[in-house]
Design a protein around this ligand. Structure first.
Ligand SMILES: NC(=O)c1ccc[n+]([C@@H]2O[C@H](COP(=O)([O-])OP(=O)(O)OC[C@H]3O[C@@H](n4cnc5c(N)ncnc54)[C@H](O)[C@@H]3O)[C@@H](O)[C@H]2O)c1
Length: 314
């Protein structure tokens, strides 16, 4: 049994990760400033004797005794990370520095939740970990993309300079219950629009592709990565099944039986054309691959959003 710190534990992925680690019998410290996370995500585990909640902002240092750190604290959706871009950079840079400082002091192993966004608008397809990316450092997404790139650099430098035992997960689009209603990304947008009978907004012609990993698969990958020895290079975690945005809209329309119509809007700046993980390294080193197909994952996610929408009405 380990003592494990999860920053961003009140968020979408963090709260599922905490469920998993509590089931394994670990002692969990959840650190969050509740910017995009919520106590509702933690309601079912709040009284768990092995869980301690700490309200804290990772841009400020903190001293704790832990064996492992999953560093997830950072808003993940463009709506949220562009709300206060300077704060997003601080969270990525100062937050990661603080967590690395802590890991160094207490000799904890630390895993960074990095992102496929570090590949930017990729010119190589599918993306392998060896690809350096194609990122605009001046655009509205760069506070997040470049922030995570610096966070990865800090991880590698603390590893080389101070022998901190690091893990870097490059997470591709993940979805599932406990995503925020106002998350603003494609799966949540389409489901909410379909369930409320609003037009489904497609950017461009809807031919751009995305791959989506169900949250339980992702959590399994994160835990395997954390517990695999001597794996200091980044590892892609995502579902390599690739879908055009248009196909996803049609699937969601069919599953919800919604009368919504599709409408087409101009593409936002720096929106990547294609994104699909090459997960060869995760397969070989972690023995991991996603198991939940998109349709099965959507069938678990749609009822969650329907319940959330009922809650907000009442
Ligand atoms: N969801 C995805 O598809 C996806 C894809 C790639 C990477 N990631 C990464 O995974 C991590 C978790 O993402 P998520 O989807 O659960 O997002 P989320 O927004 O639901 O969770 C992020 C959590 O971090 C907390 N947080 C934000 N800034 C903080 C700060 N300064 N101090 C303390 N807590 C802070 C938020 O309150 C929230 O609970 C993020 O680092 C994100 O970049 C997510």
């Amino acid at each position: 049994m380990a003592r494990i710190l999860i920053t961003g534990g009140a968020g979408f992925i963090g709260s599922h990760l905490m469920d998993y680690l509590l089931r394994q019998g670990h002692e969990i410290l959840c650190l969050d400033n509740y910017f995009t996370g919520s106590k509702a995500n933690l309601a079912h585990m709040r009284d768990h004797p092995q869980l301690e909640l700490i309200r804290h902002d990772v841009v400020n240092p903190i001293m704790l005794e832990v064996d492992q750190i999953y560093h997830l604290a950072c808003p993940a959706s463009p709506v949220h990370y562009q709300y206060n871009p300077v704060k997003t950079i601080k969270t990525n840079v100062l937050g990661t520095l603080n967590m690395l400082g802590l890991a160094k002091r207490v000799k904890a192993r630390i895993l960074l939740a990095s992102t496929s966004e570090i590949y930017g608008d990729p010119q190589v397809h599918p993306q392998q970990e060896s690809y350096w990316g194609n990122v605009n450092c001046l655009g509205p997404r760069s506070c997040y993309d470049e922030g995570k790139r610096v966070a990865e650099t800090l991880m590698m430098d603390y590893h080389r300079q101070n022998r901190v035992d690091i893990r870097i997960a490059r997470i591709f689009n993940t979805y599932g219950p406990r995503m925020a209603l106002n998350d603003g990304r494609v799966i949540s947008n389409f489901i909410v629009q379909a369930l409320t009978g609003q037009d489904i907004t497609i950017y461009g012609q809807g031919r751009q592709t995305r791959s989506f990993c169900f949250v339980s698969d992702l959590v399994e990958g994160l835990v395997r990565l954390m517990n695999t020895e001597l794996l200091h290079e980044p590892v892609n975690l995502g579902n390599p099944e690739e879908y055009a945005i248009m196909e996803i809209a049609q699937k969601i329309l069919a599953l919800t039986g919604s009368p919504s119509h599709l409408i087409y809007l101009p593409m936002p700046p720096d929106d990547p054309g294609r994104r699909r993980p090459d997960i060869t390294r995760a397969r070989k080193r972690l023995g991991w691959q996603p198991t939940i197909p998109l349709e099965a994952g959507l069938k678990e996610t749609i009822p969650y959003f329907a319940a959330k929408l009922r809650e907000t009405k009442s």
